[in-house]
Each structure stands twice: as structure tokens, then as C-alpha cells.
Ligand binder design. Structure first.
Ligand SMILES: Nc1ncnc2c1ncn2[C@@H]1O[C@H](COP(=O)(O)OP(=O)(O)OP(=O)(O)O)[C@@H](O)[C@H]1O
Length: 203
């Protein structure tokens, strides 16, 4: 595969989501896609190419690595270490391949559901400076525990989970603690921005 592929097409908005485990990144990404419209938005999972390659090399079931099951949790630690090794050689590797793999250039709004490192954010800010907006999905420890989170050494104390902990300058913060009103309050300004940019693009 080409290690330096960037789609020539410029989306009007790239939402780069991040958050702690079980904060609800996937849930919020799906909600944003649904509300933005499936014709207008696409979810890009940076973990997609990593899981695909990892599954191939280890003869595992790729589709089961994508969902929120114990199967994924079982392989998570090893997958993280394997991915770090590749990233050490090329920090943008999985971002490039996520765009390649997921036909990102078909929709005006890209929802990147799982940024974990500063290099992930840098990749989008560097290649798409105007379109990129960062979104932090936050949930309390209590909420995350209620969704099945348990502290796991080698997962919760490494860069893939803590690499963005000290970032403060999020463009948007979404509180996802089970209160639908707060959740909608967090999502609405993002949807408004998306609608505005899409309509300007169509003038
Ligand atoms: N607002 C919500 N209302 C109802 N269920 C939710 C909400 N947010 C998250 N969940 C549920 O909590 C669980 C964890 O959410 P999700 O998989 O989106 O988290 P995540 O941050 O992507 O986790 P991970 O980092 O482990 O992949 C899922 O079962 C999801 O459906």
C-alpha cells in the first residue's frame, strides 16, 4: 500500500473525536452521523487498518475486533504494542490507511471516531487545516464503569489511552453521562457548523 496517500478531495468538516475508554466515542460518532445524514457523513475509524492488519497477521476474525465484545478486549493489549511498533516508524501510518480503507473522499463530513494520540490530531490539522475540528467525548469514571470499564494495566496506563489527557483546547466538548439534554446540547453546535459549511459549499 501507498504510505503517503492523502485524498485530494477536501471535506468541509472533519470531526476528530477522542475520549477515555467507554466514554462513548463510538456511540457519539454514530449519533453525529445519523443526525448529520448518512449521505453527508462517514465514520472513519483509525483503528480499522490496525485491526485489519493485526487480524491478518494473527489469523483472527477482523469483524469481531471491531465491536465492543470480550474478543476485542482479549487482544487489546497485544494489538496496542504491535501498533506502537509500526507507529514508531511512521506516526501517520494508520491515519493514511484509514482514509484509504474507508473511501473517505465520498462525503463532505468525516467523523473520525477514535483519535488517541497527538500525532493523530496533527495528521488531520496538517493535511486539512480548515476542515479539522477536535471533539472530546467526556464521561465520569462512574458512568464508564457502568458501561463495563475496568482499569486494565497495559491498556489504561499507556499512550493509546493517556496520550491526549493533557490537551485542553478542544474545539467541542460533549458530556456523555446518560443525560440526553446535555448530550444534545453538546452535539447541536457541531451539527449547526456542519450544516452551515455544507450549505456554503453548495452555493
Ligand atoms: N449516551 C449513551 N446512551 C446509551 N448508551 C451509551 C451512551 N454512550 C455510550 N453508551 C454505551 O456504552 C458502551 C460503550 O460505548 P462506546 O463503545 O461508544 O465507547 P468507546 O468510548 O467507543 O469505548 P472504547 O474506547 O472501549 O472503544 C456501548 O455499549 C454504548 O452503546
Amino acid at each position: 500500500m501507498d504510505d503517503c496517500y492523502i485524498p485530494a478531495y477536501n471535506p468541509v468538516l472533519i470531526l476528530v473525536l477522542s475520549g477515555k475508554r467507554k466514554s462513548g466515542k463510538d456511540f457519539v460518532a454514530e449519533l453525529l452521523k445519523e443526525r448529520m445524514g448518512i449521505q453527508k457523513s462517514v465514520i472513519i475509524r483509525l483503528s480499522g487498518p490496525l485491526k485489519e492488519q493485526y487480524a491478518k497477521e494473527h489469523q483472527l476474525d477482523y469483524s469481531r475486533l471491531l465491536d465492543a465484545t470480550e474478543y476485542k478486549e482479549f487482544y487489546r493489549t497485544d494489538m496496542i504494542l504491535w501498533g506502537e511498533e509500526i507507529r514508531r516508524k511512521n506516526p501517520g501510518y494508520f491515519c493514511y490507511h484509514a482514509l484509504l480503507q474507508q473511501n473517505a473522499d465520498k462525503k463532505p463530513v468525516w467523523i473520525v471516531s477514535d483519535a488517541r494520540r497527538k500525532t493523530d490530531i496533527t495528521f488531520f490539522r496538517t493535511n486539512y487545516p480548515c476542515a479539522t475540528k477536535t471533539v472530546r467525548v467526556s464521561a465520569t469514571l462512574e458512568t464508564r464503569k457502568s458501561r463495563g470499564w475496568v482499569f486494565t494495566p497495559g491498556v489504561d496506563d499507556v499512550e493509546s489511552e493517556c496520550g491526549l489527557d493533557d490537551v485542553q483546547d478542544w474545539d467541542f466538548v460533549i458530556k456523555n453521562d446518560g443525560d440526553d439534554i446535555l448530550l444534545n446540547d453538546g452535539i447541536q453546535p457541531i451539527l449547526d457548523l456542519g450544516v452551515k459549511r455544507i450549505s456554503l459549499d453548495n452555493v
